[in-house]
Design a protein around this ligand. Sequence first.
Ligand code: COA
Length: 260
Amino acid sequence: MGYQTLLVENRNRIAFVTINRPDKLNALNAQAKAELKAAFEGIRDDSEIDVVVLTGAGEKGFVAGTDIKELTQLDEQSGKSFSEGGQAVFNTIENLGKPVIAAVNGYALGGGTELALACHIRIASENAKFGQPEVNLGIIPGYGGTQRLARLVGKGRALEMILSGDQIDAQEALRIGLVNKVVPLPDLLKTAEALATKIISKGQIAVKLALQSVNATHELSLAAGQSLEAELFGRCCKSEDFKEGTTAFLEKRKPVFKNK
Ligand code: COA
């Protein structure tokens, strides 16, 4: 499918999705959000893809937020719908059922930080900048940022970012646990690809069920989460991959997973 605001390339069971409005620092307009949703729904249903790498075009921007031009006419009702629409796009990413790695290659502001937060793993280039500057526009983060940022880095740090609107650099993002790793910009995509390739080399049943179980921490109490974990652990134990993984260990060889 052809997109106007996205590039999608499938290679070695990895989908590389690039938001492609570099002249606007990849700000998310309505079309980009609709295309992101369609692209991720396609990837979700594509049995040839196991992992996604999401990045922005150019060397300066991952996503510099939602397109501010499209905010100006919002009123109370349309503002609520606008927020719910963006949340639905980002929920599609978080609930994809396949790991999504954000390769954050520059400004990730507002909806850009929120988009990275909806991904499962975040790798940043040294020039990346994160922030929730919505307060400068008289609004709050509306694509899940107030919820996901606080859950990832804690309420105090999330509130400092959201109430001050300040940007933080990649090293500070690493220090507070907002990103997993920081690498030089030229190494960003190959680092994300290497991680994707490593994940693909594992049994995909275990990968998907681990993702489901960890994702559920947002929703469940510890007891309910452990109950889900036990159920999914049991499901792994009936797979051929489980037999292969344990047998290969005991036979001192590498497992050959069939994802069954
Ligand atoms: N919405 C719409 N357009 C945006 C945008 C956004 N969120 N962020 C950047 N752009 C556009 C700029 O308007 C400019 O377009 P133009 O060349 O047609 O004027 C282009 O992208 C380049 O941005 P510019 O501001 O010239 O780059 P810079 O290096 O001086 O500054 C930023 C970079 C990211 C600091 C600055 O663009 C910025 O503050 N963007 C808004 C961030 C924001 O508030 N996001 C949250 C939105 S809720």
